[in-house]
Design a protein around this ligand. Structure first.
Ligand code: HGY
Ligand code: MN
Ligand code: MN
Length: 409
């Protein structure tokens, strides 16, 4: 039984074409035109693979290959199909494409299994448009509330609920929610998005812990004014205060050490004109570590820094938490199964943590969840140069296939 990598390559290339920044990486923001195109493509591939296709109350897409005992909870394999801005062709979709290819391979070999298999295509994992993250899987695990849904807007003020309805999704959180035990296991094949596997010469990674993630939005409000006629004394320059904060965030992570990281990745300036003193600056803060205590300490220091700047500078500061996800341990038993299968396949595997957040960290709340990493060339991701050799992706998909056959017996 062998995965057909030509079909995988075809799907990855077709999906990469659904991008709003052609020639500058893949940009497929949640609930955008490109999202609708990609979702339609995945639906068609699932149907062509003989899967029973359905959507849940949050618009997540599933393709079900029935088991001989349909009443049993499914083994679910999948990932997300949205991207960040100017991302690469593999982040997320590689796990969905591999899942659909596994279904085709099982069909071609006439393989039956007791437990049903469901291929899952989740949206809005990146949070690149609405500033949240893992919305679809948080809805599935019951973590996403009506309140969050109602207050969430994109950078142009478009409400999330409205953007979803324009994509034909009438949100029903009750119908999205799955209870603990309703999924036997969740497996996600994902690119590593870092340099570890490539530099260690490893074929696959088996993830033990996924970092926790604490995301904030901060607003600095000063006073616009003429750049030429306004004396320096008495200016209320929002960007100067924001700049002090950005440097401080970087310093806090550096002095924390261990695997602590903090990033200000998104920023908007109003009115953003060369001859006007900046009135309003909005920016994102992304704090991560594998130890929740380290995350909390960094978040506290960030808030203290804001208080100091607010006290010293004549600007108003608003600080709003976007999403908090604690660090998550992957399932040990299925992790051991992955190691055993990898050894039998002669694959060199590396047990490691994930510095990137993933849908598996949310679904771990309702099902034993695990991630298989495949190497990223030069460790690059969230970048148009993101690349994974198809031979490496094939190893990950074969390992996934062998493990799914075992888990669905
Ligand atoms: O941000 C992350 O870690 C993931 O790539 N969404
Ligand atoms: Mn991803
Ligand atoms: Mn990503």
């Amino acid at each position: 039984m062998k995965i057909n990598m030509e079909r995988v390559k075809r799907d990855i290339n077709n999906l990469a074409s659904f991008s709003s920044t052609p020639g500058r990486g893949v940009t497929r923001l949640a609930f955008s035109k490109e999202d609708i195109q990609a979702k339609g493509y995945l639906m068609a591939q699932m149907e062509a693979a003989g899967l029973k296709v359905y959507q849940d109350g949050y618009g997540s897409l599933f393709g079900r290959r029935e088991g001989t005992e349909p009443g049993l909870p499914p083994v679910m394999i999948g990932s997300h199909y949205d991207t960040g801005i100017g991302g690469g062709p593999f982040d997320g979709v590689a796990g969905i494409v591999a899942g659909i290819e596994i279904a085709r391979t099982l069909n071609e070999n006439g393989v039956e299994h007791r437990y049903p298999i469901e291929i899952a295509a989740f949206n809005d994992e990146e949070g690149a448009r609405f500033g949240n993250a893992m919305s679809n899987t948080r809805a599935m695990a019951g973590f996403l509330t009506q309140e969050e849904l109602d207050r969430t807007k994109d950078m142009n003020g478009k409400p999330l609920r409205e953007a979803m309805e324009e994509c034909g999704i009438k949100v029903d959180l009750d119908k999205a929610r799955r209870e603990k035990g309703s999924v036997k296991s969740f497996l996600e094949l994902h690119i590593e998005q870092g340099p570890v596997l490539e530099s260690a010469g490893m074929d696959v990674g088996i993830v033990e812990t996924i970092v926790g993630l604490d995301r904030y939005e901060v607003k600095f409000r000063g006073l616009s004014g003429h750049a030429g006629t306004t004396p320096m004394a008495g200016r209320k320059d929002a960007l100067v205060s924001a700049a002090k904060f950005i440097v401080a965030v970087n310093e806090i992570a550096r002095e924390t050490g261990k695997d602590a990281v903090a990033t200000v990745g998104e920023m908007s300036i109003y009115p953003n004109a060369s001859n006007v003193i900046p009135e309003l600056v909005k920016l994102s803060v992304d704090i991560r570590a594998t130890d929740s205590q380290v995350i909390n300490t960094m978040s506290e220091k960030v808030q203290t820094e804001l208080e100091k700047i607010g006290y010293a500078d004549p600007v108003e500061i608003e600080f709003k938490r976007g999403v908090y996800l604690p660090p998550v341990e992957m399932d040990r038993d299925n992790g051991d199964l992955l190691k055993k299968r990898a050894e039998e396949m002669g694959l060199k595997y590396h047990v490691m943590n994930s510095g990137a957040a993933h849908d598996a960290m949310v679904l771990a709340a309702i099902a034993p969840s695990n991630i298989i990493f495949v190497p990223s060339v030069r460790g690059l991701s969230h970048d148009p140069e993101e690349w994974t050799e198809y031979e490496d992706l094939g190893n990950g998909a074969e390992l996934m296939l062998q493990t799914v056959v075992e888990l669905t017996k």
